[in-house]
Design a protein around this ligand. Structure first.
Ligand code: MLT
Length: 232
């Protein structure tokens, strides 16, 4: 089996199993929300799409960020720590990069799994059980590669232990250059954006850096009006 890495969602590539990462913080939030009891998370690329979808669904919790902070009029932001208890059955999430990456992967892979450090072991086990080639899709930051998602991609590549493309090899080789996950997340563009725009959310970094503490494997189940419906 082969594992490949796309450092941004626009990079070419496809595989039967797509694994999407936006560790700071969209995919960490999706994992936490589903582990806490939300039945479904809808990923919407645009703010207006999220609002329209809530109307179409007849309700739901609106969550998400722009410039790291809660979108005006939304119920919750994009801190995974806001999702430790469910505030409803359905979460409709719109974030700057992460929710777009999920929607992009949906068009290129037969199945799409959602990764963070929080669910790393469960995710790797699920990918192994599918037993088909993997494309890890990093959300990046506004179309550019970022170190935090690359770190997680490297951890997935190491953990799978399969044949690697050069991109996958590069991600794995970066992992030992940091003292651990928290350092990698902190020095990354995403980590610095979070600290610059919302310093009060600094505890999100150590929270998202914890490895294999959740047993969920969120997976794309359907596309609805351009939004990706994810369930565990
Ligand atoms: C994103 O989608 O880019 C992230 O969720 C950004 C953030 O967490 O602030």
């Amino acid at each position: 089996m082969l594992v490949d890495v796309a450092f941004t969602p626009d990079e070419a590539g496809s595989a039967p199993t797509g694994i999407v990462i936006d560790v700071i913080r969209a995919t960490s939030t999706i994992c936490q929300a589903l582990a806490s009891g939300y039945a479904a998370v809808f990923c919407a690329a645009e703010v207006e799409e999220a609002r329209t979808l809530r109307d179409a669904l007849g309700g739901g919790v609106l969550g998400g960020e722009r410039n790291a902070v809660r979108i005006p009029g939304f119920d919750l932001g994009n801190s995974p720590r806001e999702y430790l208890e469910p505030a409803g059955d359905t979460l409709i999430l719109s974030t700057t990069n992460g929710t777009r990456a999920v929607v992009a992967a949906a068009s290129r892979c037969e199945r799409v799994l959602i990764a963070s450090l929080l669910n790393l072991a469960a995710l790797v086990e699920a990918a192994r059980e599918y037993g088909e080639d993997v494309l890890v899709v990093c959300a990046g930051v506004e179309g550019r590669p970022n170190l935090d998602d690359t770190y997680v991609a490297g951890r997935i590549v190491e953990s799978l232990g399969w044949k690697r493309t050069d991109a996958a090899e590069a991600a794995a080789r970066l992992v030992p250059t940091w003292g651990g996950a928290e350092e990698a997340l902190r020095v990354s563009r995403s980590g610095r954006n979070l600290l610059e725009n919302a310093p009060e959310l600094e505890p999100d970094i150590p929270f998202c850096a914890r490895e294999s503490v959740l047993d969920v494997v969120p997976q794309l189940v359907a596309l609805r009006d351009g939004a990706a419906e994810i369930a565990a």
